[in-house]
Design a protein around this ligand. Structure first.
Ligand code: UDP
Ligand code: MG
Length: 321
């Protein structure tokens, strides 16, 4: 019988974790596939870890890994995939925004063998400023990287073992899952779900972290921004050259006095601004290389469910004494 590993990155999800577990378990138990949970506690500061311990004690199908600090959702996904043993692995958020009712459909699609992965995109999302930015990001991302990231794509995806193993081969430090999913290829079936608002707890994203995430995504999978800086440089050199010719021509032919202190200042500001912008782009890549070269671990483990077994063993030992 096939086994499904359910990978759930969690950061401060005490309000919803148990409900998530109950809802998903109910749906999975109706299905005839075996399953396991791999909860990742991403350095939560609330009761998330103790809820995981409790679930693992009560249910053998639950395993968890707790990070020594907050390493980010991408690190959580990586750790989950790495520790999964199922034939199929699904990555989903703890907040029930990823509709668990789709799980049986996803399993059926993968079982049929035609696709190696099933991904979910959402529609009917309330369009705020965030929605507009997200749309813009997906457009830029698609055109810069040539990767096939879909608008409304979430990190809700079920994959077969082969695809998971391919993803694990990409052990880079700067991880951008949507790019990695698309980079490894394989045939993906896209299904849709209506947007579900978060009912419990709070979103861990704000404008600043979203901006960082977009820059991360773009620079992780495309080097085209470096080209932008070269083009901008060329363009302004050309412009300056034309200005110089015009000024020299005017002075020589009409004997005009060169004037325009304000113009000078404007040009100065513009050019130095553009230079800084370009340095920024280069710096972004340099920083990435720096981190990559250091070869730091993607995550560090503080505690895992296997520790609970040792704890039990010790209890038994103690009793037998
Ligand atoms: N998450 C995480 N580490 C973080 C931030 C978030 O593991 O540093 C998890 C979080 O617990 C949730 C999922 O990533 O299960 C998505 O987070 P959230 O719901 O805040 O994002 P949104 O749905 O608003 O995009
Ligand atoms: Mg969410």
């Amino acid at each position: 019988m096939e086994k499904v590993s359910i990978v759930v990155p969690c950061y401060n999800e005490e309000e919803v974790l148990e409900k998530f577990y109950e809802t998903v378990t109910k749906i999975m138990e109706k299905n005839s596939t075996d399953f396991e949970y791999i909860f990742i506690d991403d350095g939560s500061k609330d009761r998330t870890l103790s809820i995981m311990r409790k679930l693992a004690r009560e249910d053998k199908r639950v395993r968890y890994i707790s990070f020594s600090r907050n390493f980010g959702k991408e690190a959580g996904i990586y750790a989950g995939l790495k520790n999964s043993v199922g034939d199929y692995v699904v990555v989903m958020d703890a907040d029930l925004q990823h509709d668990p009712k789709l799980l049986p459909t996803m399993i059926d699609i993968l079982k049929s063998g035609e696709y190696q992965s099933v991904a979910v995109r959402r529609y009917n999302r309330k369009e705020g400023i965030r929605g507009a930015f997200s749309k813009l990001f997906f457009k830029i991302m698609a055109s810069l990287s040539g990767l096939n990231t879909k608008e409304g794509e979430m990190d809700y995806r079920m994959m077969n073992r082969r695809m998971v193993d391919s993803i694990l081969q990409m052990a880079e430090y700067n991880r951008f899952s949507k790019g990695i999913f698309s980079f490894v290829g394989f045939d993906t079936k896209w299904i849709e779900q209506e947007n579900i608002e978060r009912e419990f707890g709070q979103t861990k994203w704000n404008m600043k972290s979203l901006f960082k995430y977009s820059i991360e995504g773009i620079t992780a999978f495309s080097t085209k921004p470096l080209l932008i800086s070269s083009f901008l440089g060329l363009f302004f050199c050309f412009l300056a050259f034309i200005f110089i010719i015009i000024i020299v021509f005017k002075t020589l032919v009409f004997g005009e006095v060169v004037q325009g202190f304000p113009t000078l200042i404007c040009c100065l500001f513009l050019c130095s601004g553009i230079q800084l912008f370009c340095f920024g782009i280069m710096g972004e890549y340099l920083a990435k290389m720096y981190l990559e070269v250091k070869n730091r671990p993607i995550y560090l483990v503080k505690e895992r469910s296997e520790d609970l077994k040792n704890e039990k063993m010790e209890e038994v030992k103690e009793k037998s004494k």
